[in-house]
Design a protein around this ligand. Structure first.
Ligand code: BT5
Length: 210
């Protein structure tokens, strides 16, 4: 993988988009870092791993990116469907996969020296983490789908939990039962191809969220 290093950019996704497959863009800072659905990704300069990888498109791209990122972070890191990285139930990192023709622009942000309130950060050195991430992406991007889905199940913090799902304006709750062959989450017998999931837990009488 060829690494292109940049200082302050709007978003590494935009820098990576025209570059060839096999390139990764790593930034010190993003002034307009993006999450999914137009949300923002925040990180003060030099405090996070902020990278976008140009890879061949594959149908389980988002699942593969999540498994690879969790593996690079270490055994304590779990996945919240589809691919949030969690450490001790708090969000440590996020993944944004955008299709660009036959390519996937895979954006990964992981908090290191700073995290927003109620989020987590990883006690790791950035260059070592980047090396592990590149190796893990190369491994998991070409893994057979069954192997990939099993790796996601093993890392999942979502399966077996009661969850609330928001999908196209509809909200409902149920148990997250499994992940389907196409990466959809199965909740109470229904397939969720996309959407936002809240993990629900009951501590005493008070529901808490992550
Ligand atoms: C994500 O979106 O989690 C995907 C984030 C992808 C960021 C990377 S950084 C490199 C590349 N270039 C980009 O411009 N983006 C990618 P989503 O699931 O929509 O979560 C966004 C939400 O996470 C926000 O609305 C905040 O609530 C929260 N958030 C923002 N910054 C955070 C941070 N540093 N740590 C934890 N949570 C954060």
């Amino acid at each position: 993988m060829e690494i292109v290093r940049v200082g302050s950019v709007a978003s590494t996704q935009e820098v990576a988009r025209p570059l060839p497959i096999g390139t990764a863009v790593v930034a010190e800072h993003q002034v307009a870092g993006r999450g999914r659905l137009g949300r923002r990704w925040e990180a003060p300069p030099g405090t996070a791993l902020l990278a976008s990888f140009v890879l061949p498109f594959q149908p389980l791209a988002s699942i593969a990116a999540g498994v690879a990122a969790a593996a690079a972070c270490g055994p304590a890191v779990r996945l919240k469907w589809p691919n949030d990285l969690l450490l001790e139930d708090r969000k440590l990192g996020g993944i944004l996969v955008e299709a660009a023709g036959d390519r996937a622009i895979v954006g990964i942000g992981i908090n290191l020296a700073w995290a927003p309130p109620r989020a987590a950060r990883l006690d790791a050195e950035r260059e070592g983490l980047l090396d592990r991430l590149v190796a893990a992406l190369q491994q998991w991007w070409v893994a057979p789908p069954g192997t990939l889905l099993d790796a996601w199940r093993a890392r999942s913090d979502t399966l077996g939990r009661r969850v609330r799902v928001e999908l196209a304006g509809e909200v409902f709750e149920g148990e997250a039962e499994d992940i389907a062959e196409d990466g959809a989450l199965i909740v109470g017998g229904r397939r969720m191809p996309a959407g936002d999931v809240t993990h629900l837990r009951v501590v005493g009488a008070e529901p808490t969220f992550s």
